[in-house]
Design a protein around this ligand. Structure first.
Ligand code: AHR
Length: 497
C-alpha cells in the first residue's frame, strides 16, 4: 500500500478534551512521597512541602486534571486519617504497595494545594471497597460545603474556611478486583447507592464517575451501563500495556530485544479496539453520548528495576514508552466524542512516569517530552485525517508503521502528530493538505527519536532523549513530504499565512 496522509483542514470532528492529557498519582512507591511531597523541612526546595522542580515541570506540560489517592489505595484510604496536624495523623501499612509505612502527611489539604499550584482540576477517587456511604458523603461535604455543617466546621478548624471546588469524583476503583472483588451486578447497586450521597453543594457540580471494566471485560461494561448509566456522568476503563506473556514476567523497561519492542507497540495499539468496542456498548444504552468514557489508568507496566521494592512499581522509560504515549493519545483524539478524560499511570516514579526523581535530582522521561509536544492538541478541534499507513512487520506479524492525528487551535494553527513505530527505517510519506484553498503556510516541526530501541534518560545523562527541531520535510503545492526518523514522535505546526 502507498503510504500517505490526507488531511482535511476544513473538516472538524469535535473538540479534543484537554482532560485526555490527565495524570494519576497514587500513594504507591515513590510517587507521592519523594516524588511530590518532601515535607516543609526538606533540604529539597519546596513550597508547603511540595517539590518546586516537579511543580514547575508539570506546569510546563499543562496537566489539566490529576487523579488521587488511588488506584487500589483508594479503596483502603480513610480520608479522615489524612487531615489535622500532621504529627498527630495515623500511621498505617500500605498493604497493597510494598508494605510501606503511610504516615498520612499528604492528605486532602495537601492534594488540593498541589492542584492549586498546578492550576489543574482535582479528581478524587472515593472508597467503596472498605469505606462507608457516610465516609464518602462526609468527604464530599468536607471538600465542597460552605455553610454550617459538621464537616465544614472541621475543615475550618483545620485551617481552610472556604470550600474547594471539586468537579470529578470517582465512586470506587477496580471494584472487580482490588476494590472488593465484586460482581458487576453487586457493584452497580452499590454505585447507585453511594453516588446518591455524593451531593452537589452550592454551585459545586460533581461529575460522578463509576468504576468501569478492566481491558476487554465487556460484560462489566454492559451491566454497568444497563443498570446504572442514568446515575453516572462517566465510566472508567483501565488498560495497561504489558509486553510479557505472564504477569510474573512482564519484560524489562530497558535492555529488551526487538521482538519485545514490537510486541509492546502491538499491545498498545489494542487500545483502539477496546475503546471502539466499549463505545459500541455505551452507544446502546446512551446513544446521545451523555456518559463519558474515562481511561483513568493506562500506560506501560514492566518488571520493576532490579534491586527496587517489587511493590513500588518503579521502572525506567524509553523511546518505546514515548511511542506508546504518542500512539495512545492519537487513539484518544480519534475517539474524543466518547473519551473525555484519560490519566496516564503514574505521574512520578511509578509505571509509565513522566518524571523520575532520585533524592534532589529530577529527570524528564521521553514520555514527558511527548506530553509537552502534544499539549498543543488540548482543547483544539480534531481534524479529519485519513492515513494509509504502510505496515511494519516483525517475526511474521504486522502493525501499521505510522500513527497520526491532527487538530486546529482557536488561532487557526494546525498540528499534526506522527509516530513512526518502525525501529529500523525512516518513514517517508506525503501529507496532502486539503481545504486550504491555495493559502500559503509556514511549517515548523519538533521530533523526539531514539538511537536505540531502549534509548532513555538517566540521572547521569538526563538529556539523551530530548526533542529536536524537525526539518526533514518538503512542501510542494499542497503536499508536505515528511521523512520521519525510525522510532520517532513528531509534531508539525502548520500556520496559514
Ligand atoms: O497503577 C497501579 C495499579 O494498577 C492501581 O493501583 C490499580 O488501580 C491498577 O490495578
Amino acid at each position: 500500500m502507498t503510504q500517505r496522509v490526507v488531511l482535511h483542514t476544513d473538516i472538524r470532528k469535535g473538540t479534543i478534551n484537554r482532560n485526555i492529557y490527565g495524570h494519576f498519582s497514587e500513594h504507591l512507591g515513590r510517587c507521592i512521597y519523594e516524588g511530590i511531597w518532601v515535607g516543609e523541612d526538606s533540604p529539597i526546595p519546596n513550597t508547603k512541602g511540595i517539590r518546586n522542580d516537579v511543580v514547575e515541570a508539570l506546569k510546563e506540560i499543562k496537566v489539566p486534571v490529576l487523579r488521587w489517592p488511588g488506584g487500589c489505595f483508594a479503596d483502603e484510604y480513610h480520608w479522615k486519617d489524612g487531615i489535622g496536624a500532621r504529627e498527630g495523623r495515623k500511621r498505617m501499612i500500605n498493604t497493597h504497595w510494598g508494605g510501606a509505612v503511610e504516615n498520612n502527611h499528604f492528605g486532602t489539604h495537601e492534594f488540593m494545594e498541589l492542584c492549586a499550584m498546578l492550576e489543574c482540576e482535582p479528581y478524587i477517587n472515593g472508597n467503596v471497597g472498605s469505606g462507608t456511604v457516610q465516609e464518602m458523603s462526609e468527604w464530599v461535604e468536607y471538600l465542597t460545603f460552605n455553610g454550617v455543617s459538621p464537616m465544614a466546621e472541621l475543615r475550618t478548624k483545620n485551617g481552610r474556611e472556604e470550600a474547594w471546588a471539586v468537579k470529578y469524583f470517582g465512586v470506587g476503583n477496580e471494584n472487580w478486583g482490588c476494590g472488593g472483588n465484586m460482581r458487576p451486578e453487586y457493584y452497580a447497586d452499590l454505585y447507585r447507592q453511594y453516588q446518591t450521597y455524593v451531593r452537589n453543594y452550592g454551585d459545586n457540580r460533581i461529575h460522578r464517575i463509576a468504576c468501569g471494566p478492566n481491558a476487554d471485560d465487556y460484560h462489566w461494561m454492559e451491566v454497568l451501563m444497563r443498570e446504572a448509566a442514568r446515575f453516572m456522568d462517566s465510566i472508567t476503563l483501565h488498560y495497561y500495556t504489558v509486553p510479557g506473556a505472564t504477569w510474573e514476567q512482564k519484560g524489562a523497561a530497558t535492555g529488551f530485544d526487538t521482538a519485545e519492542y514490537f510486541t509492546t507497540l502491538e499491545k498498545a495499539l489494542r487500545m483502539e479496539e477496546l475503546v471502539t468496542r466499549h463505545s459500541v456498548i455505551m452507544d446502546k444504552y446512551d446513544p446521545e453520548k451523555r456518559v463519558g468514557l474515562i481511561v483513568d489508568e493506562w500506560g506501560t507496566w514492566y518488571d520493576v528495576e532490579p534491586g527496587t521494592n517489587p511493590g513500588f512499581l518503579y521502572q525506567q522509560n524509553s523511546i518505546r514508552d514515548a511511542l506508546v504515549a504518542g500512539l495512545t493519545l492519537n487513539i484518544f483524539h480519534k475517539h474524543s466524542d466518547r473519551v473525555r478524560m484519560a490519566n496516564i499511570a503514574q505521574t512520578i516514579n511509578v509505571l509509565q512516569a513522566v518524571i523520575l526523581t532520585e533524592g534532589e535530582k529530577m529527570l524528564l522521561t521521553p514520555t514527558y517530552h511527548v506530553f509537552n509536544m502534544y499539549k498543543v492538541h488540548q482543547d483544539a478541534e480534531l481534524l479529519d485525517l485519513t492515513l494509509d499507513s504502510g505496515s511494519y512487520s516483525f517475526g511474521g506479524k504486522e502493525i501499521p508503521e505510522v500513527s497520526a492525528s491532527a487538530s486546529v487551535t482557536a488561532e487557526g494553527v494546525i498540528h499534526v502528530s506522527l509516530c513512526n513505530l518502525n525501529h529500523a527505517a525512516a518513514a517517508v510519506l506525503p501529507l496532502e493538505l486539503r481545504g486550504l484553498a491555495g493559502q500559503a503556510v509556514d511549517i515548523a516541526g519538533t521530533t523526539l527519536a531514539g538511537a536505540t530501541i531502549d534509548a532513555h534518560n538517566t540521572f547521569s545523562e538526563p538529556e539523551a532523549v530530548v526533542p529536536q527541531p524537525f526539518t526533514a520535510f518538503k512542501l510542494e503545492g499542497d503536499t508536505i513530504t515528511v521523512e520521519l526518523p525510525a522510532m520517532s514522535v513528531t509534531v508539525l505546526a502548520i500556520t496559514p499565512k
